[in-house]
Design a binder for this molecule. Structure first.
Ligand code: NAP
Ligand code: ZN
Ligand code: ZN
Length: 350
């Protein structure tokens, strides 16, 4: 074990502050990564404040990690010291259940025990600690390669926001001839707009923020709809193949169901604190589907990174220093992020 410096919180109501904790030493199949950048996901905030009711304290969030490998275990084959790599929301999984065997580790029968934070590290039995820290030690199987042509800071948010939108876009076959809606221009949503556009879908952004209309277009939306305007919404009734909801707070889903074609699909990726009441009638009337989707498996995450490398896609980031994190959380709650905070981990030492 070695002592690692990071940033975290001791309770749901306390601000994040510097702290130290133990990390395991590099094992046979592990790599030790010096963290360069870590994106700030709204899940970090839900987790730090125990809004999902499983947080163990001290809690160290962060699962959009980019860094350089410092050393590797004797059994490591894919990576060497000096490689630029990423770690997303998973650092382990059971490896034997049907989902793990199919490369869908995010749906592992052991649940999110392999989560980058909030999981349980099998080597030590301790709660896992995330990327708001100087280093992380990860089994090479759960480490991703970052394409050379991407800016490492702006690539960090691909590790969660990117894959969380890429996976349902691929699963429900977004592409030419498909009309795809993305709800919410935050960290996830802005990646959804970029990716759906790059896949060739007719991409429509739904936003509650009139000030984001112009950006939505620049990021790749063919149309932008202010979701509070019922008349504008109704113009699109029965027309969408797929709508992905990337909103962090409870809101009414019913207006979106009516926009789906017969057998169209609405996918929930936003994970609000409180359960959502749902009127099922718009679903019954046109055999519409309502589904969920969780991040993506390791193989698909690498596929997404390579796709982003080919299409030169990264996140729009605001680079922050580690001690700005509490202010960043408050701004995230006000939907005031353009469009992902990313921590420069060099500032942790300062
Ligand atoms: P974010 O950057 O804070 O963006 C959320 C966006 O939702 C805001 O920018 C805003 O967009 C919209 N919004 C916020 N409050 C709203 C309200 N009351 N009504 C309507 N719209 C509202 O958050 P994020 O990091 O993208 O994460 C979004 C959600 O996805 C979080 O709940 C997070 O935990 C979850 N998540 C899920 C997965 C998964 O695997 N399923 C992975 C990562 C994150 P506009 O200003 O455009 O309206
Ligand atoms: Zn996330
Ligand atoms: Zn499994």
């Amino acid at each position: 074990m070695f002592v690692c410096t990071g940033y975290g919180t001791q309770s749901p109501t306390a601000p994040l502050e510097p702290l130290t904790f133990n990390r395991r030493d590099v094992g046979e199949n592990d790599v030790e990564i010096d963290i360069l950048y870590c994106g700030v996901c709204h899940s970090d905030l839900h987790f730090a404040r125990d809004e999902w009711h499983f947080t163990k304290y001290p809690a160290v969030p962060g699962h959009e990690i980019v860094g350089r490998i410092k050393r590797v275990g004797a059994g490591v084959r894919k990576y060497k010291a000096g490689d630029l790599v990423g770690v997303g929301c998973l650092v382990d999984s059971c490896r034997t259940c049907p989902s793990c065997q199919e490369g869908l580790e995010q749906y592992c029968d052991a649940g999110m025990a392999g989560g980058t934070y909030g999981g349980i590290e099998r080597q030590t039995g301790e709660p896992t600690k995330g990327g708001y820290s100087e280093k992380i030690v990860v089994d090479e199987k759960y480490v991703l390669r970052i394409p050379d042509n991407l800016d490492p800071a702006a690539a960090a948010p691909l590790l969660c926001a990117g894959i969380t939108l890429y996976s349902p876009l691929r699963h429900w076959q977004a592409g030419p001839g498909k009309k795809v809606g993305i709800i919410g221009l935050g960290g996830l949503g802005h990646m959804g707009v970029k990716l759906a556009h790059a896949m060739g879908a007719h991409t429509v952004l739904f936003t509650t923020s009139p000030g984001k209309v112009e950006d939505g277009r620049k990021l790749g939306a063919d149309e932008v709809i202010i979701s509070k305007n019922a008349a504008d919404m109704a113009l699109h009734n029965n027309s969408f193949d797929l709508i992905i909801d990337a909103v962090s707070a409870s809101h009414d889903l019913e207006p979106y169901f009516a926009l789906l074609k017969r057998e169209g699909t609405m996918v929930q990726v936003g994970a609000p604190e409180h359960p959502l009441p749902i009127n099922v009638f718009p679903l019954l009337l046109k055999r519409r589907n309502f589904s969920g989707s969780l991040i993506g498996g390791i193989r698909e995450t690498q596929e997404m990174l390579d796709f982003c490398g080919q299409h030169n896609i990264t996140a729009e980031i605001e680079l922050i220093s580690m001690n700005y994190i509490n202010e960043a959380y408050e701004r995230m709650l006000k939907s005031d992020v353009k469009y992902r905070f990313c921590i420069d981990m060099n500032t942790l030492k300062a």
